[in-house]
Design a protein around this ligand. Structure first.
Ligand code: MG
Length: 454
């Protein structure tokens, strides 16, 4: 496929000074309008300080191109995706830079079913944008702008009415001052939970901590879990498509464990079914899915939406992100929160106990600096070397870097980052000894072809 020039792996993102400017938004608005042929577009934004200017420029471009705009205001990305589907629109546009710093913003397009635009669609938009082949509507065909303030309420209702949660859980939630402040705490209350909120007022400066939910910036959440004696804690990223969980003891639930739990439930409900996950996740997910009669497929990081188009899936998850296919095609953080509580209700056990039933194997991740221009040759060399060195290979997955699964049950992934000048290595052993051997092999490979010290 051709190289994209504007879009990255998650829409367009970057500094509001040099990349995601109102000028870009205006021209992209006209490009999208031309691409969908007028139509109606649901438009929303996260809580960033630059949101209003970018959103208004986007609206202006869409109207100039002849599209009608339904403005849903500040919403999490999953709400925007849901509304696009629910309101029968021809496209959805979300102004968000997810977990990027507050100086950035971004633009993401959605299909009528809520699915993010796929790479080939983004290329079509880029063609219109760079060729300036967008259509300008005549004076009597310019679009109309309407507000739709009901999106949040509709979305809260969707989740409240479809998950079964026993009342009475005490839940701590950290929304990173982001858009999910408008949904998750309210959904939890409607589900009968006692809710303790933290950083759950909108503030586009993200004053409390980075809007990327990582165990090391969620200490306040962990402390609050302890002092309030809560049953579970959750945190979101800036636009609420991601969710992470902590058990009643304040322990971070590993991303892969959460994926395994959601996958298990989806397969058990159907008695079978295909689950998709990314190349960098634990083989515990394979074990859980296969032992229940399901099938697991692995896809490139960021490719869950495409996988949900290409395969008949019951669930798709990559670290921090889940698509629940019985709801739609979008990644949904608030729904993931509700699904954890549903799981705790149906199992009638503390989350620590539920999580402990997922097999846990020692896993190790390490990143190394690698300039973008060296990435391709590094991967070529690393691949040849590692295939030469490794024995007892059970399976090779080379859709996103190279992942080798070994007969012993361990695996090693070496890939280059799509967003940063880095090589990422991930390895998992069935034993600490196997993990140490894989670590040694990964180090030998990286040191041979990258200028890094031992
Ligand atoms: Mg996000």
């Amino acid at each position: 496929m051709r190289e994209k020039r504007l879009f990255g792996t998650c829409g367009i993102r970057g500094s509001i000074d040099s990349k995601v400017t109102p000028e870009l938004a205006y021209r992209l608005g006209m490009s999208l309008s031309t691409y969908i042929g007028d139509g109606e577009v649901v438009l929303g934004r996260d809580a960033r300080t630059s949101g209003e200017t970018i959103q208004n420029a986007m609206a202006s471009g869409l109207l100039a191109g002849g599209s009608d705009v339904l403005d849903v205001g500040i919403v999490p990305t999953p709400t925007l995706a849901f509304s696009t589907d629910d309101l029968g629109a021809d496209a959805g546009v979300m102004i968000t830079a997810s977990h990027n710093p507050p100086t950035d913003n971004g633009i993401k397009f959605h299909n009528p079913n809520g699915l993010e635009y796929l790479p080939e669609q983004e290329l079509d938009i880029e063609d219109i944008y760079f060729e300036e082949s967008y259509k300008r509507a005549e004076w009597n065909e310019i679009g109309s702008l309407e507000s739709y303030p009901g999106a949040i309420k509709d979305y809260i209702g969707l989740i409240r009415d479809s998950v079964e949660v026993d009342p009475g859980f005490k839940v701590v939630v950290d929304c990173a001052s982001g858009a999910s402040s408008l949904t998750t705490p309210y959904i939890l209350r409607e589900l009968g939970c006692e809710v303790v909120t933290l950083n759950s007022s909108l503030d586009g400066r993200f004053p409390a901590h980075s809007p990327e939910p990582q165990p090391w910036n969620l200490e306040d959440l962990q402390n609050l879990l302890e002092v309030t004696d809560a049953d579970v804690g959750f945190a979101h990223d800036g636009d609420g498509d991601r969710a992470v969980a902590f058990d009643e003891k304040g322990n971070f639930i590993k991303h892969d464990t959460l994926i395994a739990l959601f996958a298990k439930r989806a397969v058990e409900r159907e008695g079978k079914g295909t689950v998709a996950t990314s190349v960098n996740t634990s083989s515990s997910i394979d074990e859980v899915v296969e032992s229940r009669g399901g099938e697991l497929i692995r896809v490139s990081l960021g490719d869950l939406p495409k996988a949900s188009e290409d395969h008949d899936l019951v669930y798709a998850g990559e670290p921090g992100k889940s698509i629940f296919l019985d709801y739609g095609r979008w990644i949904d953080g608030s729904l993931a929160v509700a699904k954890v509580l549903e799981l705790m209700s149906s199992e009638s056990k503390p989350l620590s106990e539920i999580a402990s039933e997922v097999p846990s194997h020692p896993i190790y991740r390490e990143n190394f600096p690698c300039p973008d221009e060296k990435k391709e040759s590094f991967m070529q060399n690393a691949r040849d070397f590692i295939l030469d060195e490794a024995d007892e290979i059970r399976e090779i997955i080379d859709i996103d870097g190279i992942r080798i699964d070994f007969e012993g049950g361990g695996w090693l992934l070496i890939r280059t980052s799509g967003t940063e000048p880095k090589v990422r290595t991930v390895m998992e052993g069935k034993t600490e000894k196997e993990l140490a051997e894989l670590k040694e092999l990964a180090h030998r490979t990286v040191e041979k072809f990258l200028d890094v010290g031992p």
